[in-house]
Design a binder for this molecule. Structure first.
Ligand SMILES: NC(=O)c1ccc[n+]([C@@H]2O[C@H](COP(=O)([O-])OP(=O)(O)OC[C@H]3O[C@@H](n4cnc5c(N)ncnc54)[C@H](OP(=O)(O)O)[C@@H]3O)[C@@H](O)[C@H]2O)c1
Length: 262
């Protein structure tokens, strides 16, 4: 199959691309730094926030390979910061990268998938899209929005044999920490002490995060399924139980979550 993946210079994207390439698929991996990244799979330069570049890249791949069977919307960024003072430009940037640019990719690829009468789109969302973590509000909101569109799309696309799947990982050890933007991390902020404490705890969890290979294994399993589910969660035992949150009163659930960030 011909598979286009965004964000393959590191982390999940790289692991997924390597896994799918090694199992015989034609993989086209993309990132802003594609030129400087060595890989066994084919890579092309793409900034997903550049809509014209995205459209041209998709046309070029279809021209070369005749089709794109699978799109994996994986590229993403993380910002942290108290919502009161986080810079609006940073918040818009996280939505541009984690939501709007993926929707743009989907809009560009759907005409090709419809004319091919089949397609699979996998969106890498996050368990953070299932709950509002403190000082991660903008990131959580961007991932929650991204998760929801798969549900709408699956119904809109049911007559075209195109499936849209969310893969929501928990904490994994990738480059996301080093690429993270701290929006307005100001020592004079009234939030500074609590923010620093929570972020330190988050960092420790992520530094000891799981192996991204697990996510690549799950993606391989999904692409081999005839009738995939819409939502997949991948991570530790408790992370995968996040859907049980509705069984708890909201404030009790928040207390339980904050105990994990002690
Ligand atoms: N790590 C975790 O624990 C975790 C958990 C849940 C969800 N996620 C999600 O998983 C996805 C992959 O993240 P990761 O953890 O693997 O982090 P990562 O190692 O930092 O990888 C992020 C990838 O996205 C690419 N990227 C970022 N902005 C881009 C842009 N504007 N255009 C094109 N490519 C761009 C980066 O490439 P360049 O910088 O080279 O362009 C890089 O290849 C993200 O959507 C993230 O939100 C991560």
């Amino acid at each position: 199959m011909v598979i286009l993946i965004t964000g393959t210079s590191s982390g999940f994207g790289k692991s997924i691309a390597e896994k799918l390439h090694s199992t015989g698929h034609i993989v086209i991996g993309t990132s802003r730094n594609a030129d400087s990244v060595k890989s066994d799979f084919k890579t092309m330069k793409l900034d997903i926030n550049n809509y014209e570049m995205s459209k041209n890249l998709i046309s070029k791949i279809v021209e070369t390979h005749g089709k794109i069977d699978i799109l994996i919307n994986n590229a993403g960024i993380n910002i942290t910061g108290p919502l009161e003072s986080a810079k609006m430009s940073d918040i818009k940037n996280v939505f541009d990268t984690n939501f709007f640019s993926h929707l743009n990719m989907i809009q560009n690829i759907l005409p090709h998938m419809r004319s091919n009468k089949s397609g699979l789109i996998i969106n890498v969302t996050s368990i953070a899209g299932y709950l509002g973590l403190p000082f991660w509000g903008a990131y959580c909101a961007s991932k929650a929005s991204f998760k929801i569109i798969a549900e709408s799309l699956n119904i809109e696309l049911k007559n075209f044999n195109i499936n849209v799947v969310n893969v929501a990982p928990g904490d994994y050890n990738t480059e996301i920490l080093s690429n993270r933007v701290d929006s307005n991390n100001n020592p004079n902020s009234p939030y500074y002490k609590e923010y620093s404490r929570v972020i330190k705890s988050v960092n420790t969890k992520m530094e000891h995060g799981r192996d991204p290979e697990e996510v690549a294994e799950l993606v391989l399993k999904i692409i081999n399924q005839k009738n995939p589910k819409i939502n997949y969660l991948v991570g530790g035992f408790l992370e995968k139980k996040i859907t049980l949150k509705n069984l708890f009163p909201d404030k009790l659930f928040q207390k339980i979550i904050m105990k994990l960030y002690k």
